[in-house]
Design a protein around this ligand. Structure first.
Ligand SMILES: [Cu+2]
Length: 344
């Protein structure tokens, strides 16, 4: 990691503690692949070519249940394909690493899907993707914890195994945490989908059928409108059934990094410049023209919470909460339930 990227990582890491998160990288057999970073790459005129999908998640935010029928649920807000991919073998275990720290209040399931691209994933139409579920963990009664808590305890990472009999080809991996701290109320769940392009080698002939991203969940699903604040909850993981032979999750562990690789561009050539995102957002907190023409850390990093003021989407109250209760300008503290209030 260069001095500059180390500085960026340090600055953004500090600012994200009170926010949510995104997948920062994946590790495949010790090899580190950088993911799309919405808090910096979004603002760069020529962001690096990465394996992860570009999305308007500059706030590390989420998709709300009322939008589960829109294309934003497929690969996050205004998602568009990553410019490259990582290569994995069928049967490989991939460590998917989130930015530190996933908020401990954000309990809920961790779910992984694959969808065949039937061609290059870098140019795929996301509406054509059909996702099949390769794992999906909710509440583990034996361990007494939610999958998102297990992820936190596993170095903010999740280990996913590519089915060993999967047919070789290009696939989008859709990894997702659904936070349930507000899910006892209508439209209170929060989906954090993260999409990554994979070329799967080896394998067999298995081509599971799947469903469109816009058909994965409904706001009224039992696992979406759900009060998690009960003893030993009976939680139904939402979405389609697991594919045959799949487990809800594999044994979790972290992965050591022994090498770093760049995303492979389609056709196997060198890295191409990633197209500048063509979508814009009116909720961008700062003038986009300024941000898009600069790459300095100071101007691409969201302002950190200042002392007693919580950043937008951060926690601002709830039982046993001792942190800030005031919200940054442009947001106000909203009580979601006895356990959690949020700056929105
Ligand atoms: Cu949140």
């Amino acid at each position: 990691m260069s001095k500059t990227s180390a500085l960026l990582a340090g600055l953004t890491g500090a600012a994200l503690v009170a926010a949510h998160g995104h997948v920062s990288h994946i590790i495949v057999n010790g090899v580190y692949y950088e993911n799309y970073d919405p808090t910096t790459h979004w603002y760069q005129p020529n962001p690096p070519t990465v394996i992860g999908w570009t999305a308007a998640q500059q706030d590390n935010g989420f998709i709300e249940p009322n939008n589960f029928g829109t294309s934003d649920i497929i690969c996050h807000k205004s998602g568009s394909p990553g410019g490259g991919h990582a290569t994995v073998a069928a049967g490989d275990k991939i460590n998917i690493v989130w930015t530190p720290e996933w908020p401990d209040s954000h309990i809920g399931p961790v779910i992984d899907y694959l969808a065949a691209c039937n061609g290059d994933c870098e140019t795929v139409n996301k509406e054509s993707l059909r996702f099949f579920k390769i794992d999906g963990a909710g509440y583990d009664k034996a361990a007494g914890r939610w999958a998102a808590e297990a992820l936190r305890q596993n170095g903010n990472s999740w280990l996913v195994q590519i089915p060993s009999d999967l047919k070789a080809g290009n696939y989008v991996l859709r990894h997702e945490i659904i936070a349930l701290h507000g899910a006892g109320s209508a439209n209170g769940a929060q989906a954090y989908p993260q999409c990554i392009n994979l070329r799967v080698t080896g394998g067999g002939s298995n081509v599971p059928s799947g469903v469109a991203g816009t058909s994965l969940y409904k706001a009224s699903d039992a696992g979406i409108l759900f009060n998690p604040y009960v003893a030993s909850p009976d939680y139904p993981v939402p979405g389609p059934a697991l594919i045959a032979g799949a487990a809800s999750s594999i044994a979790q562990s972290t992965s050591a990094v022994t090498a770093t690789a760049s995303a492979t561009a389609p056709g196997g050539g060198g890295a191409n410049p990633n197209p500048t995102p063509t979508t814009t957002t009116s909720s961008n907190p700062a003038p986009s023209t300024t941000l898009r023409t600069t790459t300095s850390a100071a101007q691409t990093t969201p302002p950190p919470a200042n002392g007693n003021v919580q950043t937008k989407y951060g926690q601002c109250g709830g039982r046993d909460w001792s942190g800030p209760t005031a919200c940054a300008a442009g947001s106000s503290c909203s009580v979601l339930n006895d356990w959690y209030s949020q700056c929105v």
